[in-house]
Write a protein that binds this ligand. Structure first.
Ligand SMILES: CCCCCCC/C=C/C(=O)SCCNC(=O)CCNC(=O)[C@H](O)C(C)(C)COP(=O)(O)OP(=O)(O)OC[C@H]1O[C@@H](n2cnc3c(N)ncnc32)[C@H](O)[C@@H]1OP(=O)(O)O
Length: 386
């Protein structure tokens, strides 16, 4: 703040209101006058906006300390700024000037100390521990979930499915405004880790297929139900389930190096991630068929033209441009964004859960088919010949 000026914003309605100028008045006061002057100077040094509630308290205490109890007429209901100020000041009743000065000094000191401790914390992103396949951080009101198996092109292992579920649950509850999923390295994600189909449990292949379907349904459910804006930052090629899920994101930003490939029939499988419903809805039936039935790999430009991607950025400036934009979005009011998302997505939720359930049931059968088992063996066969 450059002077003893307090910006007041309406807290609930998030409408920006004009500036309030505070003027110092009157003769020197004996009790705490020096501290009071110091506090006024300290307030100018605050780097962060302390929020409407605190600013109104400061305003009221300042007026009480310098002018005594509020005696001006109550402003009209529609004059929001003046009314908020008047309410705050008159709520102090007959509090003495000395006590108001003391309270003002205490409030400034608590704002200054909480800012300095949060600044120490903010310099390093709040990195969450306990994840082996992800890097999860929260900074600037953004929770970033980064798939972190770059040497395997971020293929999703069983453990990674579980960790993504956990990260989404935590992000839904934390104080971030938006959540971003991205990949580490040159790939966004190469889809399901095909080794998931080679670790046959003691219950046999049927048990593997059943457990896989339960896990997949729960995994996709977390995307359907995610309550905050969910943004995909597609930093490179995307394959399989990492593509199909994009229909459940609220925004998809992609580098021009990204490609989008869903080779389900090549793998003897069928679509998941609610893509059997969302893709025809997003891009029309025939374009969805080219992708989901005939494995057509889209360039980033094609994915944008078909509405799967919100915007494509040159790879050179991708990270910089996208994160500048996301940081600005994350400054928007949290509750308003979450409620708007609920309105946009809410009507479809029941349908999406039904689609998810059906897709998982189909896949459970597919994973037991020769078509699928041969495709997986062929992937590992090709690898072993290299
Ligand atoms: C338990 C729940 C199950 C839910 C299942 C839900 C249904 C999901 C369906 C899908 O996602 S289908 C799509 C599956 N993905 C693929 O078919 C892609 C397979 N990978 C490739 O085709 C290629 O690796 C690539 C992605 C085109 C990259 O090729 P590139 O030549 O650039 O690199 P590579 O040398 O092949 O890869 C490096 C390293 O990574 C391993 N790897 C990559 N992707 C996968 C994968 N999906 N599964 C397992 N391993 C993968 C690859 O084998 C290499 O490993 P090393 O040889 O270095 O050990």
């Amino acid at each position: 703040m450059e002077s003893v000026e307090l910006w007041i914003y309406r807290t609930v309605h998030a409408v920006c209101l004009p500036v309030i100028h505070l003027h110092t008045t009157g003769a020197a006061m004996r009790v705490s006058q020096e501290d009071f002057e110091k506090a006024k100077d300290q307030l100018k040094l605050l780097k962060e906006d302390p929020g409407n509630e605190e600013k109104l308290k400061l305003y009221a205490l300042f007026k009480q300390a310098t002018e005594g109890p509020c005696s001006s007429p109550k402003p009209g209901m529609l004059d929001f700024v003046k009314k908020a100020k008047w309410d705050a000041w008159s709520s102090l009743g007959s509090l003495s000037k000395d006590s108001a000065r003391q309270k003002y000094v205490d409030l400034v000191s608590s704002l200054v100390s909480s800012e300095s401790s949060s600044q120490v914390k903010d310099t390093t992103p709040d990195s969450k521990h306990g994840y082996e396949t992800l890097q999860v951080t929260t900074t600037d009101h953004i929770t970033k979930i980064m798939l972190n198996r770059p040497e395997k092109k971020n293929a999703i292992t069983t453990q990674m499915y579980k960790e993504i579920i956990q990260a989404l649950e935590e992000a839904a509850k934390d104080d971030s405004v938006i959540t971003v999923i991205t990949g580490n390295g040159d790939y966004y994600c190469s889809g399901n880790d095909l080794n998931n189909f080679t670790n046959i449990p003691s219950g046999g292949i049927e048990k593997m297929a059943k457990d896989g379907a339960v896990l997949l349904e729960n995994f996709v459910k977390h995307f359907i139900d995610f309550p905050k804006p969910l943004i995909a930052v597609v930093n490179g090629p995307a394959v399989g389930i990492s593509v199909t899920l994009l229909g459940l994101f609220d925004i998809v930003y992609a580098t021009d190096r990204a490609t989008f490939h869903t080779p389900f029939s090549e793998l003897g499988q069928s679509p998941e991630g609610c893509s059997s419903y969302m893709f025809p809805k997003i891009m029309g039936l025939s374009k969805a068929n080219e992708m989901l039935l005939f494995n057509k790999k889209l360039t980033a430009g094609e994915a944008y033209a078909q509405g799967l991607v919100t915007e494509v950025f040159p790879d050179r400036t991708f990270e910089k441009e996208v994160w500048i934009r996301l940081k600005a979005y994350a400054n928007l009011p949290k509750n308003s964004l979450a409620l708007s998302k609920q309105l946009i997505r809410g009507v479809e939720k029941e349908k999406l859960h039904a689609v998810n359930c059906q897709e998982c049931e189909r896949l459970r059968e597919r994973w037991l088919s020769d078509e699928c088992l041969n495709a997986v063996m062929s992937f590992f066969g090709k690898k072993s010949k290299l």
